[in-house]
Design a protein around this ligand. Sequence first.
Ligand code: ADP
Ligand code: GN1
Ligand code: MG
Length: 372
Amino acid sequence: MSEEILNSSQINEVIAAFATEGKVIDQKPYGNGHINDTFLITCQLPDEERKRYILQRMNHSIFKNPGQLMENLVNVTEYLRRVIVTQGGDPDRETLNVVKTRQGDNYYEDSRHNYWRMVLYIERTICLEQVESEKDFYDCGVAFGNFQRMLADYPSEKLYETIPNFHNTPSRFRDFQRAVQEDKMCRAAQVKEEIAFAFAREKDTSVLVDLLAEGKLPLRVTHNDTKLNNILFDQDSRKAICIIDLDTVMPGLSHYDFGDSIRTGASTGAEDEQDLSKIEMDLSMFEVFTKGFLEGCGGSLTEKEIETLPMGAKLMTYECGIRFLADYLEGDVYYKIHREHHNLDRARTQFKLVADMEAKWDQMMAIVEKYK
Ligand code: ADP
Ligand code: GN1
Ligand code: MG
């Protein structure tokens, strides 16, 4: 998505609105998120120490109500702080810490109606784009499971739905169908195979929402965007310490968090890999994450939830695929792209993963059965 390009003097003006410490000595674009514009800000303190901050322009065309989004973020992180302290953890490293504006607000609206927020940069951490070892991915499972457990008693009625129907796969399918019908960029004819792949799996889209409607799966407070680069590892201990990107914390199914992690962490290649022979769903990674996630959830998942986790992995991957393909058909208006056909490449990796999960379905089912 391409909003107005920002220049450094505009950014300096925005930084000045926040209650940072010291003198700003550097600011640069940062990270690989697909949605917000992220900057790393460095300030020099009087004693030669440095303090760093993450400044983000929230994507206002995706998050329609930045005020509600920030209220969620502040409430959830304050709640997590209290839980982390009770558990003897370090709340400055284990959750995000919002830096308010000099006026005391949670976010800043600039004169061009861009919405900005700031959090403390968590020092001595690493953010991975791809899993490097089974241990890393097991740790991710524990951390995402823990996140869900820590928020188990959070009053969900206090959470705004920042993106309605975020993981409602049938609704995502209807959006995809509309994009195919409208075919705004006249690209549908070139991607017939991918469109057919998606249409052939329409009946799967409602499996989880139907179980929820029938009362067979519980609604929980979930993160909803548990891709690998939304977790920070401690540089020294290599432990997964902090879950970030809390914009979509909303009521959801545990499958959403499980599935989106499998989609990214158990894939043998990058989300935008062009050589599809490099893309598979690694069963050992699937297993270590399952083990970690269930441990992190502290035994709270029901038998039905556990036995349907493979469907969470498949549907989150499929849903992501149809979202990328819909965006390609609509002219790349949602996700940031860095090359032509980027969204198509991303959709293809997701569909390759879905096909591989279907081929490995019995083994995936046997793994979750083992941990039930
Ligand atoms: P997006 O919604 O665009 O994905 P994120 O909030 O995930 O935005 O931030 C983008 C990237 O910035 C992350 O993947 C991570 O690398 C980095 N990042 C974000 N917040 C922090 C933080 N508090 N400390 C360190 N790195 C961070
Ligand atoms: C986006 O914000 P980021 O890059 O962590 C998207 C997710 C997708 C993901 C695909 C708010 O996540 O839903 O699964 O890209 N976030 C939003 O990589 O749409
Ligand atoms: Mg992110």
